[in-house]
Design a protein around this ligand. Structure first.
Ligand SMILES: CC(C)(COP(=O)(O)OP(=O)(O)OC[C@H]1O[C@@H](n2cnc3c(N)ncnc32)[C@H](O)[C@@H]1OP(=O)(O)O)[C@@H](O)C(=O)NCCC(=O)NCCS
Length: 382
């Protein structure tokens, strides 16, 4: 039988993998909307939990709906003692994304949610995952440094609580706002790699903890969420504004990718990068250092724009997020886990959407291997 003629599109670029009403990107104009609302307006005016509700349930919550959702989340921030014990046994040099992926997968054993068609199961899984991820990230950071995890303080807001569990003190209001906006800006972004993973795993009717742990693993790669850490390492290595040009030109000559630059969809500057750059300016306003990391970053942006303009490569969200997080004292290895704490709202929204009209993902392939080969006994092999 003749093989069907098929065209393989590397990275499935431009191929719609699902119909979705959750987020919208216009890559030419630099627009990102959640359920039709510009992300900048949400980051400025709302809270992460409000945005999570919007993504999950399709509308901004009314006051009573918001109150209940917030209470449900707040009530579920604690970790079971057995989960904490399990975390204590994980290697201290493990990356927080590895901790997060493992612990989220294990949560499925403590909160069985295999009946994914049950509405209650769905709701409480969503609540538990959003509520517990910050607690896991903070506990993992403490344990990796030999410190005891700090239990959540449910008098604090969702975001202030995360900061408190890391540093044993509540953040000032600007720091709280920055982290909350960071979660909002990362909450969803159409059919990116980790969201696609979540939808593929969800389509098998696997439980939501498996869905989210697979998405966390996908996000950890340096071409996806892991880029924010790499940006900071690069900026530190550059060291001064004067070193930027030779450093970036060298990378371009060696065909190396500049981290935090470029995007499959945006052919202009990522609106989330623009938003975070404004926060970075506010944070660095009183900094008298000659060559701050922000100045170095803006010089990288300038040189990259100059040299890579023909390829339409501009800063993406990861370019400025690390700078902002570092300046408020967040350890570099927590940048991607914080991305995941926001994106979990998007993954779960896509999971719920996938289940509405589910058909298991089972794409095709274009076979390029051998056919009809004879089995060769081991003695004859070279
Ligand atoms: C985001 C990213 C993975 C998109 O990948 P993609 O859509 O597959 O695009 P490609 O890798 O095919 O890039 C297209 C061209 O631009 C170049 N390019 C892409 N990103 C680049 C970067 N960051 N620095 C230098 N050149 C880059 C590629 O080398 C390629 O050049 P060529 O056509 O001469 O071969 C890619 O831009 C990248 O690796 N960026 C750095 C990592 C990062 O910041 N990731 C976070 C994304 S939010």
């Amino acid at each position: 039988m003749e093989e069907r003629q098929m065209e393989v599109v590397p990275g499935l670029a431009g191929i719609p993998a699902a119909e979705s009403a959750i987020s919208y990107v216009d890559g030419e104009k630099g627009i990102l909307e959640y359920r039709g609302i510009p992300v900048e307006a949400l980051a400025e005016k709302s809270t992460f939990l409000e945005v999570a509700y919007l993504l999950l349930f399709g509308k901004l919550p009314a006051e009573s709906e918001y109150k209940k959702f917030k209470e449900d989340i707040t009530y579920h921030t604690r970790l079971k003692v057995k989960i904490l014990r399990m975390m204590e046994l994980l290697p201290e040099n493990g990356h927080p994304m590895e901790y997060l992926q493992s612990v989220v997968a294990a949560m499925g054993m403590y909160y069985p949610a295999r009946d994914v068609m049950n509405q209650e199961t769905r709701y409480w899984s969503v609540v538990r995952l959003i509520a517990k991820m910050p607690t896991i990230v903070a506990a993992c950071e403490r344990l990796r440094h030999g410190d005891a995890p700090i239990p959540p303080n449910n008098e604090l807001s969702f975001t202030a609580n995360f900061y408190y569990m890391l540093f044993e003190k509540a953040p000032d209001s600007f720091t709280e706002k920055i982290i909350d906006a960071m979660l909002i800006l990362h909450a969803d972004h159409t059919m990116n790699a980790s969201t696609f993973s979540a939808r593929v795993v969800g389509s098998t009717l696997a439980d939501p903890y498996t869905v989210v742990s697979s998405a966390i693993g996908t996000l950890s790669g340096p071409l996806h969420g892991g880029a924010n850490e790499k940006v900071i390492h690069m900026l530190k290595e550059i060291g001064t504004k004067e070193n930027v040009r030779p450093y970036i030109e060298g990378m371009i000559e060696r065909h190396e990718k500049i981290m935090g630059v470029g995007h499959r969809v945006y052919k202009t500057k990522d609106p989330r990068a623009t938003f975070l750059q404004t926060y970075a300016h506010q944070l660095f306003k009183n900094n008298s250092d000659k060559s701050t990391i922000l100045e170095i970053a803006e010089e990288v942006e300038k040189v990259a724009n100059e040299k890579l303009a023909s390829k339409k490569l501009y800063p993406n969200v990861d370019f400025y997020s690390g700078i902002v997080l570092q300046e408020i004292g967040i350890p570099t290895e927590l940048f991607t886990p914080i991305f995941a704490m926001g994106r979990v709202a998007g993954w779960l929204s896509h999971w719920l959407e996938q289940l509405k009209t589910n058909r298991i993902y089972r794409p095709d392939q274009k076979y390029t291997g051998l056919r009809n080969q004879r089995y060769m006994p081991m003695g004859e092999r070279k």
